[in-house]
Design a binder for this molecule. Structure first.
Ligand code: PLP
Length: 399
């Protein structure tokens, strides 16, 4: 029998720390490995698989569009990109959409748009203030915006013009603002940073500061968007509207896609020749995006995620009483982290996997759960049982 893991080690770049499981197929919230072992998938493709695995809506849109048009180039108009853009505009506070292929590319597009606007309207202001522990992607621009020095430093020099200030510190943003500042870039909830919640009023404070200083507020909703936090976009629950928003991950149910949304007056600053991408807006990705988003909206899956979250949070919080090692349960909707008092998350995730639950050790002391929006109550209960057993096994008695 093929040793797939050994082959992977031989042929692929060794730039990922993959969990030692070779996945073969899935259905809903469940996946099976090549040996036929079943798992509950609470990684959800890192918040990508909004509708789980092999959802008929996604599969049928893929099949149908693949037989009609997969790619045309942006020299032409096609219907799916227009329909998806229209749907995103009608269901958000923003007016125009640019499609690309990943979150990183959406951030790059947002950075270029902000700088073009600064060039045209703010005397060439270009500096972008971003947050420590923020994550925005891996290209030399998106990485420059990313707030984790250890990701950035080996690849210096990166794109200049980015400043990082502590998360949840409004005064630090104000102190860092100069006449060259063009935008503030922030995740409404920090995902890769460990599911860090914004302090009450923080995002509102950023909005007010942007208005006062004529800066653009850019929300990176790549992880928090598409129903993940219990509303279609996370900003809705904060009473704050961004000027520019970056999307990707769940937008096309697993097919690679990214999008930049912006207010009309800002988007107007990009003119033909300023920006583009070959695969962006291609009919395959946008048709699947359209089917996925329609399904999420028509079936109120953001609201379903909020209900599922209540069940999951209640159960996880009850673990805090039984297991002293569980110090905190944080997050919103189906973007949740279980904080631990010790750096045992990798062991807990391994113990979960042995017992049939896939989870993510987002920090050495935090386990992240991001099941599909369609996760069932019984699956939540089962996942919590497994997680509790796993923590007990790793700590012997839970302390
Ligand atoms: C995943 C992520 C990105 C990067 O997206 P890619 O598709 O991996 O390029 C950027 N920002 C946030 C908040 C993310 O969660």
């Amino acid at each position: 029998m093929t040793d797939w893991i050994a082959e992977e080690h031989k042929y692929l770049f060794q730039n990922y720390g993959r969990q030692p499981v070779v996945l073969d197929h899935g259905s809903g919230t469940r996946v099976w490995d090549v040996d036929g072992k079943e798992y509950l998938d609470f990684v959800g493709g890192l918040a990508v698989n909004a509708l789980g695995h092999a959802h008929p809506v996604v599969a049928e849109a893929l099949a149908a569009q693949s037989q009609q048009l997969i790619h045309t180039s942006n020299l032409f108009y096609t219907k799916p990109m227009i329909e998806l853009a229209k749907l995103l505009v009608e269901h958000s506070c923003l007016d125009r959409v640019f499609f690309c292929n990943s979150g990183t590319e959406a951030i790059e597009g947002a950075i270029k748009l902000a700088r073009r606007w600064g060039h045209d309207t703010r005397g060439g202001a270009y500096e972008i203030i971003a947050m420590q522990d923020g994550f925005h992607g891996r290209s030399t621009g998106a990485l420059a915006a990313t707030g984790t020095a250890r990701y950035r430093e080996p690849f210096a020099p990166l794109a200049p013009g980015f400043l990082h200030v502590p998360w949840n510190d409004l005064q630090a943003v104000k102190d860092a603002t100069t006449p060259l500042t063009v935008a503030i870039l922030v995740e409404p909830i920090q995902g890769e940073g460990g599911v860090n919640m914004p302090a009450p009023g923080y995002l509102q404070g950023l909005r007010e500061w942007c208005d006062e200083r004529h800066l653009l507020l850019i929300f990176d909703e790549i992880q928090t968007g598409v129903g993940r936090t219990g509303s279609l976009w996370a900003y809705e629950q904060e009473g704050v509207e961004p000027d520019i928003m970056a999307l990707a991950k769940g937008l096309a149910g697993g097919v690679p896609i990214g999008a930049v949304l912006a207010r009309e007056a800002i988007a107007a600053h990009l003119v033909p020749g300023d920006h583009g991408t070959t695969f962006g807006a291609n009919p395959l990705a946008t048709a699947v995006g359209l089917a996925t988003m329609r399904y999420i909206i028509d079936n109120e899956l953001a609201e379903a995620a909020a209900r599922a979250s209540d069940r999951l949070m209640t159960r996880l919080r009850s673990m805090e009483d039984r297991l002293p090692v569980v110090t905190e349960v944080r997050g919103r909707g189906l973007l949740i982290a279980v904080g631990l008092s010790r750096d045992i998350s990798a062991d807990v995730v391994a113990a979960c996997r042995e017992r049939g639950l896939l989870a993510n050790n987002v920090r050495p002391n935090a386990v992240r759960l991001m099941p599909p929006l369609i996760v069932a109550d019984g699956e939540i209960d089962r996942a919590c049982d497994i997680l509790e057993e796993a923590i007990m096994a790793v700590t012997k008695h839970g302390s």
